[in-house]
Write a protein that binds this ligand. Structure first.
Ligand code: UT7
Length: 334
């Protein structure tokens, strides 16, 4: 048995900054409401004249992660790509990464677990490495939300939250099983699928049905029961972090850095208070990027590492909750 460890991190955010004031010109919202309820000041949205997509942004982040890992693209044995906004209905973005980066004809797997997508993706990669099947796995989280949001007042409860971006890491074999990813913990509760959903287009509600129907009946924009999701998020985040700590005989005092999914600053602050973490034991960047769903944890992890906030030997905890519902955590000895 082996462990896996992160040996390279990369992120890519589109340059185009959309402020809360910019949004208030599109819909009935305002900077005060958005900052007070979510903590978000601005987000990045891919501009109309850009060629960026989830796959393209994912490839840009992955290129940096591979360069920083000291490996070459030919060393990559497998790709895991997490997104809820793939370029195509099918095939998934993973195969596009193989092509865009000119990787060997390695396997490519797409993970569809929304805000928990990166947690699920890195867990899958970890299992492949632990069993010895692969040595170096490229794990990517990327989202292109802005092209699929309702930018009228009707969509304001959701649209102001989401941003575009991508992050990636190279996960590699670690012979010392006291280091690297110590454990991962994954959960779901499908009875709440309709609380945060894009219901169509889907095989259930295909395009002709959408065209014929009243747009109000079948929404092709994300729907979220925000308050309901919020209440479940704070409970599940806490549970799954505790589960990970207990599995490794750790306590909350052992957390050196918590990287929570960037859903809402108030959720992160609730967790911080509950686990009695100092400001330097939790990393948030939702203020700058909004909620980038499957990309958020890996963008935040990359940024924390770039800022020198993660050091060798520290316990780093990743955690996420979102649509599905799905939730999970990863306990790392860096
Ligand atoms: O990442 C995946 C998981 N997602 C989450 O964890 C998100 C969880 N939920 C949330 O973060 C929060 O519920 C939201 C930020 C989405 C909403 O905050 P809230 O405090 O729950 O507000 P609300 O939805 O209860 O809306 C309160 C009021 C409503 O007006 P009335 O009915 O009180 O008159 C909304 O119509 O705020 C109104 N509102 C807005 N006003 C200005 C909703 N969106 C906006 C907006 N600007 N963008």
């Amino acid at each position: 048995m082996y462990n896996s460890k992160i040996i390279g991190l990369g992120k890519y955010l589109p340059e185009n900054v959309v402020t809360n004031d910019d949004l208030s010109k599109m819909m009935d919202t305002n900077d005060e409401w958005i900052q007070e309820r979510t903590g978000i000041k601005e987000r990045r949205w891919i501009p109309e004249d850009s060629n960026d997509t989830s796959a393209v942004m994912g490839a840009k982040a992955a290129k940096i992660a591979i360069e920083r890992s000291g490996l070459t693209k030919d060393d990559i044995d497998f790709i895991v790509f997490a997104t809820l906004s793939p370029d195509y209905y099918f095939p998934g973005c993973g195969v596009q990464i193989q092509d865009l980066l000119g990787l060997q004809n390695v396997g490519a797997l797409d993970v569809r677990n929304q805000c928990s997508g990166f947690i699920y993706a890195i867990s899958v990669a970890d299992q492949f490495i632990k069993t010895g099947m692969y040595k170096n796995v490229l794990v990517i989280g990327a989202e292109y939300h802005s092209n699929g949001l309702d930018k009228t007042t009707r969509g304001r409860g959701v649209t102001v939250i989401f941003g575009d971006g991508a992050g990636a890491c190279v996960l590699s074999r670690e012979e010392d099983t006291t280091k690297g990813i110590l454990s991962t913990h994954l959960h779901s509760e499908g009875k709440y699928a309709d609380k945060l959903i894009v219901a169509s287009p889907s095989i259930k509600h295909w395009v002709p049905e959408i065209i014929e129907s009243n747009e109000e009946d079948i929404s092709y924009y994300p729907y979220m029961d925000g308050t309901f999701v919020f209440k479940h998020a704070v409970v599940r985040f806490s549970e799954v972090i505790m589960e990970g700590l207990m599995k490794n005989n750790l306590t909350k005092e052992d957390i050196d850095m918590l990287i929570p999914h960037q859903a809402n600053l108030r959720i992160a602050q609730f967790i911080q208070k509950k686990f009695k973490l100092r400001d330097d034991q939790i990393f948030n960047n939702i203020m700058k990027y909004g909620n980038t769903t499957a990309a958020s944890v890996i963008i935040a992890l990359t940024e924390a590492w770039e800022e020198g906030k993660i050091k060798s030997g520290q316990h780093v905890v990743l955690a996420a909750f979102g649509s599905g519902f799905t939730w999970g955590s990863v306990i790392i000895k860096w």
